[in-house]
Design a protein around this ligand. Structure first.
Ligand code: FMN
Length: 197
């Protein structure tokens, strides 16, 4: 994740490719219940930060580095689209009972799409960062950009060229990476072992 950007613009073709890749993310029932709000004009990007942050005029290190990103994308999920899709004949969940859903596939799929945006940026030498929108600010973001009620931003992604200078430190600078052996459980939970163990 890059949280400190240069002001240099990004190639719009890379943003287009990132969006195209996003729409090829795995998605339950091929529901495609997502939408992507792209902010690539300076005034729109500025309006995003005004809507989400208190201190755009006196930004801290994180905010000043992030505000320089020339592009912000908001991947939005549509739960309604999934409920509609799974009520179709080939799925047959006509009662639209939400207890049928093992997990909120609408948010999962949109998050997978967001990962493809991050990976496309990285593949093309750009930096990017996924981050959450504070719940208290969601209404302001919706109002600022006309996001409809049936679509929910799952977060936001900044895209840009990484600045040369050091920026806000991410959590990995404050936490150790958990060893694989503590995370991977072979055959039975608790029998952790790394591939080399
Ligand atoms: C759901 C989610 C929310 C995140 N929210 C923030 C955030 O609000 N601010 C931020 O700077 N980074 C945020 N991140 C980035 C994580 O801090 C980062 O992915 C993690 O520390 C691992 O670092 P790496 O992705 O650089 O390997 C978020 C990542 C995810 C997946």
């Amino acid at each position: 994740m890059v949280r400190n950007y240069a002001t240099e613009p990004v190639d719009p073709a890379v943003v287009d490719l990132a969006l195209r890749n996003a729409t090829r993310a795995p998605n339950a029932g091929f529901s495609q219940g997502w939408g992507f709000l792209v902010l690539d004009m300076p005034e729109d990007v500025h309006r995003f930060w005004v809507a989400t942050a208190d201190d755009v005029d006196a930004p801290d290190q994180w905010l000043s580095g992030m505000m320089r990103a020339p592009v912000v994308v908001l991947p939005c999920s549509s739960k309604a689209a999934y409920l509609r899709r799974y009520a179709e004949d080939d799925k047959g969940w006509t009662d639209r009972d939400e207890s049928r859903w093992p997990k909120p596939f609408w948010d999962m799929d949109t998050a997978m799409a967001a990962l493809l945006i991050l990976q496309t940026a990285t593949d093309h030498g750009l930096g990017s960062c996924f981050f959450g929108i504070p719940p208290a600010r969601e209404a302001a973001v919706r109002n600022a950009f006309g996001i409809p009620e049936d679509h929910d931003p799952v977060g936001a992604v900044t895209i840009g060229h990484a600045a040369d200078t050091t920026g806000a430190a991410g959590s990995p600078t404050r936490r150790r990476r958990t060893p694989m052996a503590d995370l991977v459980h072979r055959g039975r939970w608790g029998h952790g072992s790394s591939p080399s163990a």
